[in-house]
Every structure is written in C-alpha cells, then in structure tokens.
Design a protein around this ligand. Sequence first.
Ligand code: ADP
Ligand code: MG
Length: 338
Amino acid sequence: MKLEELGEFGFIDRLAGQVKARPGVMLGIGDDAAILAPTASKVTLATSDMLVEGIHFDLALTDPFTLGRKSLAVNLSDLAAMGAQPRHALLSLAIPPALPVEFLDEFTRGFLALADEFQVALVGGDTCASRGGLVISVTALGEQCPDLVVRRSTACAGDLVLVTGSLGDSALGLEFLRQDIRSGRAVERHLDPLPRVAAGLRLAEACLATAMIDVSDGLLADLGHILDLSGVGARLDLARLPLSEECRHHVSVDRKDPFALPLAGGEDYELLFTALPEREALVRSELADCGVPVTVIGEITADRGLSLTDPAGNPYHPERQGYNHFGTIRNTGPQPAS
Ligand code: ADP
Ligand code: MG
C-alpha cells in the first residue's frame, strides 16, 4: 500500500491501534494533547532527540525495525543519564511520500517493541510529509524524586570517573557497515543500542553518582561537558578503558590515533559518571546486580583541563575530540542522535 492511500489519519489510527494502555496515561493518542497523571512527589524530566536521514542514519545501512528501536533508545539513554524512570514518549515524523507503508509499519513495530521493553507509553506526536528525507523526532518524559536526579554539573575533585560497559564498539560497527560487514556484536551495538536505564536508576536512587552523562558524542566530548559544567578537570588512564576484543584489536592496529574509537567514536550510549572513591565497592555491587559492567577510568582533579596517559605512561594527545554538529572538529561519520 502507498502512503497516499493510507493518508495521515489512516497512519495515525493504525499506530494508535498498536499502543497498549499504561498507568498514568489518562488520555493518549487521539485528542489535541495527551493527559498524563504525574506520580506524587516526583518531577518530570523531558528530553528530545532528532534523527535526520543522511545526517544520523543511512537507510541503506539499517532496517526500519531497528531504526524504530534506536530512535526511542537514544532518548531513553538521556533519561537514564539523569537517573530517571522513563514513562512516556511522543513521536513526530516527517515522511517522504514515496516511503512504503511497510517501512513505516516496521518502524513503528520496532519503536513500540522497545517502548514495551521499558514500559514506556507512546502518548502522541505529529505526522507530516517531507520534501527531503525522513525526519524522526522523539520526545521522552521520565520521572524521579527531585533530590535524586543526577546532573552534569556536580562532579568534585577527588571523585572517580567511571563508565559502564565498553567504549568504541558502536563506531567500529559503523566502520564495519561501511565495509559491507552487516553482522556481529559491534554492528549490533551501532544499530540497536540498549539504553542503560536500570543502571542509571540504581546509581541515582542509591545516591552513588555525583555527576552523570550518557556517552553519545564520544567519551572526550561528553566528559568535557561534565568538566566544564562542574568547573573541574580530570586525569584518564587509557590502559583502563573498557574495550571489547574487537575494539582492542583495532586500537592495536591504528598507529596514528590508536584510541580514536573509544575516545571519540561516539554513540556508545554507556553511562559516564563520577563517584566518591569510598563508594566504589557499592557502585560495583549495585551495578553487578543489574548485570552491568563498570570500570574506573580516571579521577576528577581541581585543576581544569583533561590529561590522558597512554598505557606506556606517556601523555596522549588525541587527534579527534568527538562530535560537534556545527563545529570545526573533524568528523568521519553520521552524527550521534543525542
Ligand atoms: P493536531 O492537528 O491537533 O496537532 P494531529 O491530527 O496532528 O492533531 O494528531 C492527532 C493525534 O494523533 C494527536 O493525539 C497526536 O498526538 C497523535 N499523533 C499524530 N502523529 C503521531 C505520531 N507520529 N505518533 C504518535 N502519535 C501521533
Ligand atoms: Mg499535529
């Protein structure tokens, strides 16, 4: 079927028919606005991310189901980074009229599959035609007690710098996709990232993270945001970076800027956070409970600036710093979505 035959309202009806009822949603898709009941004593956290064809994704490299999942996942990652429980989402689409309805069906199936995994309700959005490529804009709403929300601006000198999971796999996956290697763990990490929602909630609710951000632009760029907003610096020990086997291999063969992938690759969607050194054991046990690996990669310093030490103990000067949409920093791939 063609989108012309289905029409805007046909598409919305089809979508609404697949959305499950969820607590807190007094009125979902269908009226001018959704009505949401807040949980007592919690604040709402709101975040939005846009994914633009040709900038953030390439329809030749992804499938619509996985693209639907990723467009919600990148938003849930932002909520995770504040320690929030995701609750609701809005999905806005600018659709090229030639896009097959089957593509949209698969896209929404993927979006709603991830929403189900995290008990997120799709409560509205907007649909219009695009004269250019496909544009996807997702807004996600989450909740947390005001005192438990974790910001970027609250890291202190002496805190440890920690990161969940491993770094660099997503950027490596994108390199593989461009070489027409379409499967494997790195490719999966790039196309279908899983937001660290449970880990973010644990760290916030146990008051373990002093500051937190998700790694979307690359470790250096995202750590830079914590440092700037907190008015501190950091020392990182590159020997401690958590790397998968595949990424470690890449690091050992790229002689020019060996740590470019884990430092500046981006789209890892891991949590980068700071914590008091005396709470390291507790951090480890809480995250082990959620099945999430965590690694100490450095520490926060009172002196501003970031110093990197390579595995031989020498200062390391990276060539790439991370993504910046309008900046002069050298980019090599599609930009991250958040
Ligand atoms: P209005 O013209 O008043 O903005 P719309 O006709 O755009 O309303 O939307 C009708 C209903 O469908 C609204 O509840 C809106 O939130 C929902 N909706 C529209 N597009 C989407 C979409 N892509 N995903 C989810 N809900 C949507
Ligand atoms: Mg509208």
